[in-house]
Design a protein around this ligand. Structure first.
Ligand code: AMP
Ligand code: ZN
Ligand code: ZN
Length: 425
């Protein structure tokens, strides 16, 4: 029985060790003892992609609800645009997309005219504009491991030859990282985190990331209010339960910071703006479309495009990139195309009138829209229990919190180090 109950065994060993420490051998010298290990807390940053903040209150995520009840919880404002890669990079760098270089999930850069950034791009060129917390930590001698996180497979800070064989020079990666693969299931991901924490202390990480994508996928396919999305929530919640139980079983205290990158809003066939009805497709090229659209004018067509776009439009608004309202903190980076249109929340911008029904959900809209607010839970020995997260804090503010938990000096960033300072003991 004992061998099956390490949670019981660990405190028992510590008690035994304490007892024998008082004992003396017949020689008068202290008897040698097998000291049970007292583990220092590990920081685990968990992302549940697309976990809208109010999902937590649907009664389908008991493990997350328990962590929230014993720790700190509150809606977290994502950065704009409310997409996966820009926001995951904002959380680990403290810089908003306009400065962290990951301005979209799909990008062009005039300095790399023959390339396009996609979610599969691991050339450090795209990522080097802001330093992720794991690079700062590794450089400070704090060992890190990532069980997926956008950018965690990149040799951060390195240069990569543009010619074959694309040698990589320099750079910092997490000591342990894995190439993203959606097919690796939630339990496997949790077990890989638990496995690195079972290692001997000298090769055990102090900071770990863990990423789940199924809630986002269900939200896209079925919509935020669908039973299938509730089912995905319950499944991910069970994986969080596996993590908590596994940590307890090995006697590993943890400061858990559980976040989402953005929320989710329902889309509909009768909430679509067809761009070709607004402007002449002969005047522009679309770079991205959906909750927002980014465009370039075809050479010589700037005036015609501006005349069509830059006036009041039903259900969307367009700007020159330099005139995007300041509250979005978006529009200075060279990777942002010259024209940017944002749909009213729930309204999608598409190249033409869709021929198939528009169903399910999406994200990318205004970072202040209630539907785009993201999950935040902090639970662990470092945190003030039963505290409330400050109202309307930004996801970049998680970065200085992580730096503090890891004992490393944060880089200057867009974050407000005071925003979450009061939730730490
Ligand atoms: P989005 O299009 O913004 O909804 O992006 C969500 C998708 O990003 C997920 O369904 C994943 O398949 C994908 N994704 C998440 N992390 C990574 C990664 N590290 N590398 C490649 N794709 C990823
Ligand atoms: Zn996402
Ligand atoms: Zn998504």
């Amino acid at each position: 029985m004992l061998s099956r109950s390490p949670a019981i065994l660990a405190p028992a060993l510590i008690a035994l060790a304490a007892l024998s420490a008082c004992a003396t051998a017949p020689s008068g010298h202290p008897a040698p003892i097998a000291q049970a290990e007292q583990r220092a807390p590990v920081t685990i940053l968990v992302s549940i992609d697309g976990f809208r903040s109010d999902y937590l209150h649907r009664g389908v995520t008991p493990h997350l609800a328990a962590l929230a009840a014993g720790g700190i919880e509150g809606p977290m404002r994502p950065s704009f645009p409310t997409k996966t890669f820009p926001n995951h990079w904002a959380i680990v760098t403290g810089d908003r997309p306009d400065r962290n270089g990951i301005v979209a999930n799909s990008m062009e850069d005039a300095s790399r005219p023959d390339e396009k950034f996609t979610m599969a791009s691991d050339d450090p060129y795209w990522w080097n504009e802001a330093e992720p917390i794991w690079a700062t930590a590794e450089q400070a001698g704090v060992r890190t491991a990532t069980m997926f996180w956008p950018g965690s497979n990149v040799a951060w800070g390195a240069t990569r030859d543009t010619d074959w064989p694309h040698m990589i020079h320099g750079g910092t990666r997490p000591s342990d990282w894995a190439q993203f693969n959606q097919a690796i299931g939630g339990t496997q991901r949790v077990n890989m985190v638990l496995d690195v924490l079972r290692r001997p202390a000298d090769i055990r990480p102090h900071f770990v990331t863990l990423y789940f994508d199924t809630v986002d996928t269900a939200g896209h396919i079925y919509g935020p209010d669908a039973p299938e999305t509730a089912q995905a929530l319950t499944e991910v919640d069970a994986h969080v339960g596996e993590l908590v139980a596994g940590l307890k079983a090995m006697g590993q205290p943890a400061n858990l910071v559980i976040v989402a990158d953005h929320g989710m809003a329902a889309r509909a066939t009768d909430r679509v703006v067809a761009l070709d009805k607004v402007a002449d497709p002969a005047d522009y090229r679309i770079v991205e479309y959906g909750p927002y659209a980014s465009l370039t004018a075809l050479p010589g067509h700037e005036k015609a495009l501006e005349a069509a776009l830059l006036k009041p439009q039903p259900h969307m608004q367009c700007w020159r990139k330099s005139e995007i309202p300041a509250r979005f903190h978006y529009g200075t980076h060279r990777r942002i195309p010259p024209y940017f249109c944002l749909g009213e929340t729930g309204w999608e911008i598409q190249p033409t009138t869709p021929t198939k029904p528009v169903t399910g959900g999406n994200h990318g809209w205004d970072d202040r829209a209630p539907e785009m607010q993201a999950l935040f839970i902090a639970n662990g020995p470092a945190f003030v229990p039963h505290a409330k997260a400050p109202a309307d804090f930004a996801n970049v503010d998680v970065y200085p919190l992580l730096a503090r938990l890891l004992g490393v000096t944060p880089r200057p960033s867009d974050a407000d180090p005071a925003a979450l300072a009061d939730i730490v003991r």
